[in-house]
Design a protein around this ligand. Structure first.
Ligand code: PMP
Length: 354
């Protein structure tokens, strides 16, 4: 703490991301990155962008990129906002739609960046407990004073909430914004995007970091009613006109267009997810039903922190959240089939020698 800090800087409780390492021997199953490379078209677009045009500022409105996203979701470009990773889009959404003095609601066990933004922007919040089976009870989110936010599927549980339930939450909060963070939606049955046209109070947020294998590029986007998109744009243009650089705009546009590649790698991950789930169950884990690129599991006898530490000794990083009620669970990102075989072998050895 420094006397030079503003009250905002003093109040901040920064998010702690999963460990990032540079050692290629370490198997990283801790930050839900995609194990496959991004679309070759995206890589080519990046290389093509490395020329003298980089002396020019990028487009502040990212029209071309917004246009391809809009086409894919069957909406107009004025229903799309693009940001520097969905974390940035989330930050603008907190600023644009939530009020100090009006309590927002999100689940207790969810993406841990939400309380960080709420604290930073001085927005009061209520953490609504999940049900015993870790599902969200839609009724708990009716008539929220300040608005609602949760991921679908939820993180780190990986559990998907049916779209009818989301509709009831939207209907029961007609004067407040309901933000659905669809970071992992491509690994799940369906996005809310097809139903979005019926709601002017629902904002969907998606990312290129997961199914498009571009976490390092930092591109995320929001889809919603143009008045919500205008709200986000007002925040961006009061903060930084150029949040997406020229390379990122071109690569993201190519990645979004390459739907067949995204589908191909997503299918492989979903397939490996089923295999890993079965293997974990055979090793006496209880595995939550995931519709994401990770699984959350608890062992019958060995505690989660021990598993995390033992796997680290095998050069495998996973995530353990020291937070009730998931402190007995570990979260494992789905890698390639080969990587997951290495993970299961190490885990088998750890359990045998326990
Ligand atoms: N939402 C959720 C639920 C996440 O798990 C993540 C990834 N940590 C994000 C948003 C942010 O992703 P990004 O900023 O890479 O788009």
């Amino acid at each position: 703490m420094s006397n030079f800090w503003s009250s905002m800087a003093k109040r901040a409780q920064p998010y702690v991301p999963g460990e990032q390492v540079n050692d290629s021997h370490i198997l990283k199953l801790n930050t839900n990155e995609n194990p496959y490379p991004p679309s070759p078209n995206a890589l080519q677009a990046m290389k093509r962008s490395a020329d003298a045009t980089i002396r020019l500022y990028p487009s502040p409105t990212t029209d071309d990129l917004r246009e391809v996203i809009a086409e894919q979701h069957d909406v107009n470009k004025d229903s799309v906002f693009v940001g520097n990773g969905s974390d940035e889009v989330l930050a603008f959404a907190f600023m644009a739609f939530f009020e100090p003095l009006e309590r927002i609601r999100f689940p207790k066990i969810t993406y841990s960046f939400y309380p960080v933004y709420a604290t930073l922007f001085d927005i009061p919040y209520e953490e609504v407990p999940l049900q015993e089976d870790f599902t969200i009870n839609p009724e708990d989110y009716f008539d929220a004073e300040g608005g609602v936010i949760f991921p679908n599927p939820n993180a780190p549980t990986g559990i998907f909430l049916e779209l009818d339930a989301i509709e009831t939450i939207a209907q029961k909060n007609p004067n407040k914004v309901v933000i659905i963070d669809e970071a992992y939606i491509d690994f799940a049955p369906e996005s809310f995007s097809a139903r979005l046209k019926n709601y002017n109070n629902v904002l969907l947020i998606q990312t290129l970091s997961k199914s498009r294998a571009l976490a390092g590029l930092r591109v995320g986007y929001a889809i919603g009613h143009p008045s919500l998109i205008n709200g986000l744009t007002r925040m961006k243009d009061s903060f930084n006109s150029y949040t997406i650089d020229r390379v990122a705009i071109n690569a993201a546009t190519a990645a979004i267009k390459d739907t067949s590649y995204t589908q191909e790698i997503t299918k492989k991950i979903v397939h490996t997810r089923s295999w890993v789930t079965k293997q974990l169950q055979e090793l006496s884990f209880d595995v939550l039903p995931s519709q994401t690129n990770f699984v959350c599991a608890t062992h019958a006898t060995i505690d989660a922190k021990t598993l995390y530490e033992q796997l680290k000794k095998h050069s495998i990083l996973i995530r353990h959240f020291n937070q009730d009620p998931i402190d007995s669970y570990i979260r494992i990102t789905i890698g390639t089939r080969e990587e997951m075989s290495r993970f299961i072998s190490a885990l088998t050895e750890i359990i045998r020698s326990a």
